[in-house]
Design a protein around this ligand. Structure first.
Ligand code: PLP
Length: 311
């Protein structure tokens, strides 16, 4: 069980009434109480608690998960917001793809979204994408948007297949690109229809150590050049970034780098996509030129990582 980000909840039940005192606080707050001799035990009897009723539980998800029934209307309101943002910034109709980010969510959620017309899903964990894609209809296109270890790349691409795996959005090293390239080459061997795998280059536009991605300077240009020269089975679809929350200069930077990369690749900048914008900022991202937005919690509800299957 993963408890990072969760809180320990202590619930105390009063005996004679139904009064319930539930407090959630980080475990550090216990420390002074437990360690300092001056934090006298007299604090404890102030709570009208029967020891037998004192229960400690791990809080699973503090916010109620929106019902399955909300998914369809969430999708239509996100689509409406996308088209409003498109028209208020004079961009062509249909110029922004909605990637529904379904990581950690059960299959039923994806099926409801599919019924509502959603065909493009984003997942962060290789194993989760592999198993969900096996259980969803074949006309779903899958975007991989999480960190991908080189040793899981072959399994991901070959298990999902080039028809269903639309792209890997998180390529930021030549090592991973080369591995993907070899995998695609061998899948194409003996097949009449040769297909390429789409990739996005993930750029760390915020400079935060915690964010993955290649740095936006020379390193990005070099990586793009090397991949375009050495990986003929990959098609560079564009750039992707997460960005720092609330800092839309990250989106400006990605767009500016996209225009420079287009020159390096001798391509029309409008052919190179910009994957940027999530639940909290997809309209801003569209204003800044996003062609693909990745929206999770606004569609499927807050995520609970405590019972997540990673891999
Ligand atoms: C989880 C995730 C999202 C979706 O985030 P929300 O805020 O839930 O919309 C988008 N992009 C990436 C890379 C993610 O990991």
């Amino acid at each position: 069980m993963v408890i990072s980000g969760s809180r320990i909840a202590v619930a105390a039940y009063a005996t004679s009434t139904t009064l319930r005192i539930a407090t959630a606080f980080p475990s550090q707050i216990f420390k002074p109480v437990l360690c300092s001799p001056r934090a006298s035990l007299t604090a404890v009897p102030l709570l009208p608690v029967l020891p037998s009723k004192l229960s400690m539980t791990l809080s699973t998800s503090p916010d109620a998960e929106p019902e399955l029934d909300n998914i369809a209307s969430n999708i239509s309101s996100v689509k409406q917001r996308i088209s409003d943002a498109i028209s208020s910034h004079d961009r062509p109709d249909g110029s922004v793809r909605l990637v529904a980010v379904s990581k950690t969510k059960p299959l039923e959620f994806l099926k409801v979204a599919y019924e509502a017309g959603q065909r493009c899903f984003g997942e962060n964990y290789a194993q989760e994408l592999i198993s969900k894609s096996a259980d969803m209809p074949d006309d779903v296109s899958w975007h991989f948007i999480g960190p991908l270890q080189t040793n899981k790349a072959t399994r991901l691409v070959s298990a999902v297949g080039l028809n269903k795996l639309a792209c890997i959005e998180t390529v930021s090293s030549l090592k991973l690109a080369a591995k993907l390239d070899r995998t695609v080459e061998s899948l194409n061997e003996g097949s009449d229809e040769k297909k390429k795998l789409g990739i996005f280059i993930q750029v760390n536009t915020s400079g935060e150590d915690s964010k993955s991605g290649v740095s936006p300077g020379e390193e990005l240009v070099d990586l793009v050049k090397q991949i375009s020269e050495e990986c003929k089975w990959l098609s560079i679809n564009g750039l992707m970034t997460i960005g720092a929350p609330g800092d839309d200069s990250c989106f400006d930077l990605l767009r500016q780098r996209r225009d420079e990369i287009a020159i390096v690749l001798n391509r029309d900048p409008n052919e190179l996509e910009l994957s940027m914008g999530m639940s909290g900022d997809f309209e801003v991202a569209i204003a800044k030129g996003a062609t693909s937005v990745r929206v999770g919690s606004t569609i499927f509800g807050e995520r609970d990582y405590s019972s997540n299957i990673n891999g």
